[in-house]
Ligand binder design. Structure first.
Ligand code: CUA
Length: 359
């Protein structure tokens, strides 16, 4: 009912109703408070206007009940807003476990979508009706913001870390998609569509797409960057933590802390491995910041997730065939790591002790 009010964009996701009801509640509370103030201003202006009989206002004794009222009533109203808002907030921020994963990369000035089944698209996001969709988003350059009004989701898309949103489409159709963070000259053109298809149509759409899955691409990169030399070996030669069954689990660090192995943890551990050293291992891994781009990160993370049995979804794909399959040239030398200091744990600054120590 409320959703059809023309003030609001079309409502096409399962949380749209929650968001709209909360919004109406806010409007009702703030609107009635505004109205009350307006009415009192007008009434009092007339009633207590200056007259010859009323030149100086008389002193009004304090009214305890009035004071209680304007403390307690707003308190209840604000607590209601808080509790209700928090409930919707948690709902919006907790994707269901069976959500379909899509990776999103924001870039001046376009949106790139990578489906776990291999399809990728630009400025269009195809999703099936009635299925929770979880977007894991990062930016290649500046801060963008992903906004799909009909889905009632909006979240900043940042460089250097992942943010997520989810929604369950409840209507078939094509819906707007905007960037809502000013990101440069063509910010206003950084727009697109969320296309919601019937599940059968969606399957057909998937079938029309390519080719090798992100899991396979990730597995290839895993060899290219020689990750397998440390993370896959057995026994003595295994110098890095095993990645099987890692995703979603707690990881104990050298400094005694425990962190959750989520997308952001994996991302950081690839780009800047020194940030969090796993207990029992040496900080010997070179940093891949600047060598692995967003797309490659998506492939690598999808692959690592697949090692934990994370479904690559919609059927096939999950070739979680374990350690680097044999047909790739066994690379003992880390060929993909030209610019990085090699595994030799030479202290980074050792060579730079410069002549100007003496003044
Ligand atoms: Cu991207 Cu504005």
């Amino acid at each position: 009912m409320f959703r059809d009010f023309p003030l609001f964009p079309e409502a096409a996701s399962s949380i749209a109703g929650d968001v709209d009801r909360l919004y109406w509640f806010l409007i009702a509370i703030t609107g009635s408070a505004t109205l009350l103030v307006m009415i009192l201003v007008a009434t009092f202006a007339v009633k207590y206007r200056r007259t010859p009989q009323n030149e100086v206002p008389v002193h009004e004794p304090e009214n305890k009940y009035l004071e209680y009222a304007w403390i307690i009533i707003p308190f209840i109203a604000f607590m209601a807003i808080y509790v209700w808002g928090a409930a919707v907030f948690f709902k919006i921020n907790r994707p269901p476990d069976d959500a379909l994963d899509v990776w999103v990369t924001g870039k001046r000035w376009m949106w790139k979508f990578q489906h776990v089944t291999g399809q990728s698209e630009i400025n269009e996001l195809h999703v099936p009706l009635g299925r929770p969709i979880r977007l894991t988003m990062a930016s290649e350059d500046v801060i963008h913001s992903f906004y799909a009004p009909a889905m009632r989701v909006k979240k900043d898309v940042l460089p250097h870390r992942y943010t997520t949103v989810w929604f369950t489409p409840t209507k078939v159709g094509r819906f707007h998609l905007f960037c809502t963070e000013y990101c440069g000259t063509e910010h206003s053109k950084m727009i697109g569509s969320v296309v919601v298809l019937q599940p059968a149509e969606y399957q057909a759409w998937l079938a029309g797409g390519p080719t090798s899955s992100p899991v396979e691409e990730g597995e290839k990169l895993f060899t290219t960057f020689a990750c397998n030399t440390c993370h896959m070996g057995e026994g003595l030669q295994q110098r890095g933590p095993v990645l099987d069954d890692l995703f979603g689990k707690p990881v104990r660090l050298r400094n005694g802390q425990t962190v959750l192995a989520d997308e952001n943890y994996l991302r950081e551990s690839i780009l800047n491995p020194q940030a969090k050293i796993v207990a029992g291992y040496d900080p010997i891994m070179p940093a891949f910041l600047g060598q692995v781009d967003e797309q490659q990160l998506i492939y690598l993370l999808t692959y690592i997730k697949s090692l934990s049995g994370e479904p690559a979804d919609a059927g096939d794909g999950a070739s979680a065939s374990g350690p680097a399959s044999g047909d790739v040239v066994p690379q003992t030398a880390p060929t993909g790591t030209q610019q990085t200091p090699s595994n030799a744990p030479a202290g980074p600054q050792a060579g730079t002790a410069s002549p100007n120590q003496s003044r």
